[in-house]
Design a protein. Structure first.
Length: 186
């Protein structure tokens, strides 16, 4: 863990984040847990692969008392092309302000780690087959971002955090639900 990464027990100041295509979302949500996902860029095939699992099980996630908020380091107008039908808040952070605040890094290991290769191929194959729209060829903030997951209580306290070591290293829905269940038992 780098010095900038938040750890359980850290208190996140309350804020309202602008969503795509409009509106705001409170982080933290005072009435429930917030799962703040910091992903890569608009149209990232690996991110899309993961988010499909979140969409499929979104009702389960909400029933566990968790609000999903997904952040990408792309401009809102670029992200808007990918957000139709997503049942959760999507936030554009093209300046990577939140990434810096929470210590989310970029590294060549995002793509070079062999554990990322199968998800890269699977996600890219969906683009090649025309099932999803591919990303822009040029990514102003780069393609080497690492993912991060933060679970934040209503009072702003981080209760769990995961910083990915490669592009597909994030909590699965089962891991997220286990974290939420552990919070309910406290």
């Amino acid at each position: 863990m780098s010095a900038d990464q938040v750890r359980p027990g850290t208190v996140i100041p309350a804020r309202e984040l602008s969503t795509v295509p409009g509106g705001t979302v409170p982080v933290p949500d005072p009435g429930r847990l917030t799962h703040l996902q910091l992903r890569r860029f608009a149209g990232c095939p690996v991110c899309n692969l993961h988010l499909r699992s979140v969409v499929r099980r979104h009702e389960e996630i909400e029933a566990a008392g968790v609000r999903e908020v997904v952040v990408f380091h792309s401009p809102a107008e670029e992200l808007a092309e990918y957000t139709d039908g997503l049942p959760f808040a999507v936030v554009a952070d093209p300046g990577k302000r939140l990434y810096a605040e929470f210590g989310v890094e970029s590294s060549a290991r995002a793509l070079l780690d062999p554990r990322a290769w199968i998800p890269i191929v699977r996600g890219s194959w969906r683009v090649v087959r025309g099932r999803v729209r591919g990303p822009a060829l040029h990514q102003e903030r780069g393609r080497l971002g690492l993912p991060a997951d933060l679970l934040i209580a209503g009072d702003g306290r981080v209760v769990a955090a995961k910083y990915g070591t490669h592009a597909y290293d994030q909590w699965s829905v089962d891991e997220l639900l286990a974290q939420a269940d552990a919070m309910a038992l406290r």
